[in-house]
Write a new protein. Structure first.
Length: 223
């Protein structure tokens, strides 16, 4: 990974009788942008906001709790982006599924600090109940989409929805993390990341017997 280094002092904004917890989250996001999710201390977040090192403890028990809140917000944004792209399977499940993949990459590119907090901060998924629920809600969008596509196959040919969801999530996450992120850690690839993901998902779905024409013909069918 490589993160820009612009000097610790540039974050200081001062803090004047506002919402301290919100200010701490914004400062954490800014520091993640510059130094990565492990590149700063809790005290540096307080310094960026312009409060004493003890002040953040009124809102977060420790640095991990602050990062869990950042990650929770990220997963909520992420779930919303995936849901909007999936659009309840419209105009058809196959097209919507591909749109959801593009939304995955767009989020990683547009929200690198949130994405890093969600996946690279070393947080256990159960760091907080709220984080766990938010992460589950994001994955549930992918699983619902997979279940809809699987339903277009004959009953005796349907793979487990959980397996398919995990495969597609892993493929999307790998391409997003390597090639579609919005920070200096992005690797170069001789094609748009969206094309790379679409090709990978197409090969995967075709291996399951799912293509756009098949999904359209059998949409909503019971096999």
């Amino acid at each position: 990974m490589s993160w820009s280094k612009r000097g610790r002092g540039h974050h200081r904004r001062g803090y004047h009788h506002g919402d301290l917890s919100e200010a701490l989250v914004r400062a954490a996001l800014s520091l993640i942008d510059d130094y990565g999710p492990a590149g700063f201390t809790f005290a540096e977040v307080a310094r960026a906001v312009g409060v004493s090192p003890a002040a953040p403890y009124r809102h977060f028990r420790d640095r991990e709790a602050l990062m869990a809140e950042v990650a929770r917000r990220g997963f909520e944004r992420f779930a919303d982006a995936l849901s909007r792209a999936w659009n309840d399977g419209a105009p058809d499940p196959f097209t919507a599924f591909m749109s959801m993949g593009r939304a995955y990459l767009t989020f990683a590119r547009a929200e690198p600090a949130y994405y890093a907090a969600m996946f690279e901060a070393g947080l256990p998924p159960d760091a907080s109940p709220e984080l766990s629920r938010a992460g589950d809600a994001a994955f549930a969008v992918v699983r619902r989409a997979a279940e809809t596509l699987i339903a277009t196959l004959p009953k005796d040919s349907r793979p487990p929805a959980l397996m398919m969801s995990l495969h597609v999530w892993a493929l999307s996450h790998g391409i997003a993390s390597l090639f579609a992120r919005g920070d200096a850690a992005r690797r170069k690839v001789p094609m748009p990341p969206e094309d790379l993901l679409e090709a990978g998902v197409l090969v995967y779905l075709q291996g399951l017997g799912i293509d756009r024409g098949h999904a359209l013909d059998r949409r909503g069918g019971n096999g």
